[in-house]
Ligand binder design. Structure first.
Ligand SMILES: CC(C)(COP(=O)(O)OP(=O)(O)OC[C@H]1O[C@@H](n2cnc3c(N)ncnc32)[C@H](O)[C@@H]1OP(=O)(O)O)[C@@H](O)C(=O)NCCC(=O)NCCS
Length: 250
């Protein structure tokens, strides 16, 4: 058995909530960053319990969180669920249960020294966060995205792989900026808006709307890939926990 180094002694023992594709990405980031000891996954699918995902056991379901925290002496957690609403709701639940929410920041991400960042944030490989950006809680800055200077990225938003935000862009809470999308400078993406893959956004985007294309135009798409309310998981999360407090950091 190898000796325990001082860095191992100070690493917090953490859980990853969600063992799907994004959960595996988050595990990889935490392993690369070496900042936390991943004790296990928790997942809503009971069939996953007891199985191993990339060598880490799925210890239980969300109802087991409190007992798992005590049993395995777990201090911290991160929510690795792609759906913005579910991710935010579980972050609230974990905080209520006394978990410290940690961030997963890949060592290859480049983050300006004066950028600020909330909790439960994932910054994937190759992402760039430039000067004076503010990144809210439960944000995903996915692989290779660019968030340029002075941009405000609201709570529980997802900036998908390769998306590019020019300077002074505001992304309100719950919004989704699709893979490879581009947003020109100083625009505002309204809360829970969806920017389609590859769109080029040249005007503000209204809250709750979907825009696609070059230049991006509003579409009548109303049924998005993940229906907005299927994250109201029975008995686990109440609707009032999900109400945004304000459009940026609600
Ligand atoms: C915009 C989006 C959410 C719409 O999904 P949807 O509601 O399932 O829409 P559909 O696939 O039924 O498409 C509806 C119409 O919009 C068009 N459309 C959909 N996405 C488009 C896009 N990104 N750009 C241009 N047109 C698009 C379709 O061609 C279709 O047009 P039609 O009615 O003329 O045939 C989805 O296509 C998208 O771009 N998602 C982003 C995926 C992503 O970034 N994934 C990364 C995860 S890390």
């Amino acid at each position: 058995m190898s000796a325990i180094t001082s860095s191992q002694q100070t690493r917090s023992r953490c859980l990853i909530l969600g063992c799907g594709g994004h959960g595996r990405v988050v595990l990889d980031i935490l392993r690369n960053a070496g900042q936390a000891e991943v004790v296990g996954f928790v997942d809503s699918d009971p069939h996953m319990v007891g199985r191993r995902v990339d060598g880490i056991e799925v210890l239980g379901c969300p109802d087991d969180l409190a007992s798992l925290r005590t049993k395995h002496t777990i201090e911290s957690a991160i929510v690795a669920i792609g759906n913005n609403g579910v991710r935010r709701a579980f972050a609230h639940k974990l905080t209520e249960l006394g978990f410290e929410l940690i961030n997963a920041i890949h060592p290859s991400a480049n983050i300006a020294g004066n950028a600020t960042m909330g909790k439960n944030v994932v910054v994937a490989a190759g992402s760039l966060v430039c000067a004076h950006c503010q990144i809210g809680d439960s944000v995903i800055l996915n692989t290779g995205c660019i968030v340029d200077h002075e941009s405000l990225i609201g709570t529980a938003t997802h900036i998908c792989p390769g998306a590019r935000l020019a300077g002074r862009v505001t992304v309100e809470s719950g919004a989704f900026v699709g893979i490879g999308a581009t947003v020109i400078q100083s625009l505002r993406i309204g809360y829970e808006a969806i920017i389609g893959a590859g769109a080029v956004v040249i005007r503000d985007v209204a809250p709750m709307s979907t825009v696609v294309g070059v230049p991006a135009q509003a579409t009548p798409i109303t049924t998005v890939t993940v229906p907005r309310n299927d994250w109201l998981l029975a008995g686990e999360i109440s609707a009032d926990q999900l109400t945004p407090i304000n459009p940026i950091h609600g």
